[in-house]
Design a protein around this ligand. Structure first.
Ligand code: SF4
Length: 445
């Protein structure tokens, strides 16, 4: 976990908007403001005194400042005082996922993660009433799916248990207009009371930072919470409650060996997790990893490299391992096989959601049919993996699983295309990688 709210792509976008004032904030900016020299105003830290000052600046100044200005929060606003975001100013209907935040901070100390340093180890919380008020706005904007962006949805399990009955009641009262997703540590699988309530509340996807299937590596990075039960058993437990698991995987750890890629590939297949974000390790400032590597003299300038770390293994080997893992994981037949497993063994365990007028509105039906039409044309007729597509699509069509089919085909297509671009050297392996690498010879062309 520890997902970034903004990445270097934002700075590139900033360059495209030379005529406008560019204001950036979020976890990535807060962690590494120096990565965003193109922005005009940087908001560093959470909502607080910096937010008031930046708004005042925007109200009282015109045009772009001569040099980038940094506004840093010294006094955070308690989450329980956060206003409802101005969701009505965003075209939420056009978002694949709307976002909401319940808590901030995480009690764990994974070596590579900056969340505890940035947001604290004692999660701060919104009240259930605040969350419901935000959901009212989100659903009024036409969203169908909402992602809880909390660094760890069970960072404070007692608070999660208090929130969930409110979510259930709200969903029931509105005939389940929303499907929920969140990020949580894998030890969530140990708490079946939380899982049962989450299922009842309409959660369908959980992102877990599994990071590596190698137990000694998890211990080395201080992620022992992933070892509370065998990894595959934890994934199956979540599937049993209808949750599709999405997983983060990291390559380039000090504990990696030449066999690590094989173990990751075996794990991907055995777990049948459809989506895994497989990234190369990058040391972020304010993390224990950064401090250790700095002391060991192993931090490098990242120009022309995919990471700022002097790996234990040769750099080219790490890159090759990463490419091998993603190419194997996102080979069309492999990703479809994992999705088909989940349609049969996970999605079927979800709550039988009641029909909802807005979800089944003509507007949504027409939008779904338009997406299906484009999928049939681009993947089912013109695509080079059309046989794989139809092998999975026909049973889903016969079973009337249109939503599952759209989800499977759209996400798979993105992952397959993304991987092909990585193999050609036109995409980066890490959110922070400054440049795309030259294509490795074996895969070029
Ligand atoms: S569990 Fe670890 S990786 Fe996830 S937010 Fe907490 S400290 Fe970061």
């Amino acid at each position: 976990m520890g997902g970034r709210g903004a990445g270097v792509g934002d700075a590139r976008a900033a360059r495209l908007h030379q005529r406008h004032r560019v204001v950036l904030g979020g976890p990535s900016v807060s962690s590494c403001p120096e990565y965003y020299p193109e922005a005009d105003l940087l908001h560093v830290g959470e909502l607080g005194d910096a937010t008031d000052r930046i708004i005042e600046y925007l109200d009282t100044h015109r045009g772009r400042p001569r040099r980038p200005l940094r506004f840093e929060t010294a006094t955070r606003l308690p989450l329980s005082d956060f206003p409802v975001p101005a969701y009505h100013l965003t075209p939420i209907r056009r978002y694949f996922l709307a976002n909401i935040q319940f808590s901030s901070g995480c009690p764990y100390s994974c070596e590579f993660c900056d969340i505890p340093a940035l947001y604290g180890k004692n999660p701060r919380l919104k009240t259930p009433a605040q969350v419901l008020a935000e959901l009212d706005q989100i659903v009024a904007g036409g969203a169908a799916s909402v992602y809880f962006v909390d660094d760890n949805f069970i960072g404070n399990q007692k608070a999660t248990l208090e929130l969930l009955p409110h979510l259930i009641e709200w969903q029931r009262a509105h005939r389940y207009p929303l499907r929920f997703a969140c990020e949580a540590t894998l030890n969530i699988a140990k708490n079946e009371r939380v899982l049962a309530l989450m299922r009842e509340a309409g959660f369908v996807t959980i992102f877990c930072g599994i990071e590596t299937p190698e137990p000694q590596a998890l211990r080395f990075m201080s992620k022992d919470q992933n070892l509370r039960m065998p990894l595959l058993e934890a994934v199956r437990t979540l599937n049993r409650y209808g949750f599709e698991v999405v997983s983060g995987i990291i390559i380039g750890l000090d504990t990696d060996t030449p066999d690590t890629a094989d173990r990751i590939i075996d794990f991907v297949q055995a777990s049948a997790i459809p989506i895994l974000t497989i990234n190369i390790l990058y040391a972020l400032p304010r993390t224990p990893l950064w401090r250790r590597l700095e002391a060991e003299g192993r931090l490098l300038p990242d120009e022309g490299r995919e990471s700022n770390i002097a790996f234990r293994m040769p750099y080219e080997s790490v890159l090759d391992m990463w490419l091998r893992c993603i190419i194997t994981a996102y080979e069309p037949a492999a990703v479809y096989e994992r999705y088909v497993y989940n349609v049969e063994h996970t999605f079927s365990n979800r709550l039988p959601f009641p029909t909802n007028r807005e979800r089944a509105s003509w507007r949504n039906v027409l939008m779904g049919l338009a997406i299906l039409g484009r999928l049939f044309w681009r993947v089912g007729i013109r695509g080079d993996y059309r046989r794989t597509f139809w092998k999975a699509a026909l049973p889903m069509l016969r079973a009337g699983e249109l939503e599952a089919l759209i989800n499977t085909a759209v996400v798979s297509h993105h992952l397959i295309e993304f991987t092909r671009q990585c193999a050609r050297g036109v995409r980066e392996s890490s959110f922070y990688a400054p440049e795309a690498p030259a294509p490795p010879e074996a895969l070029a062309g």
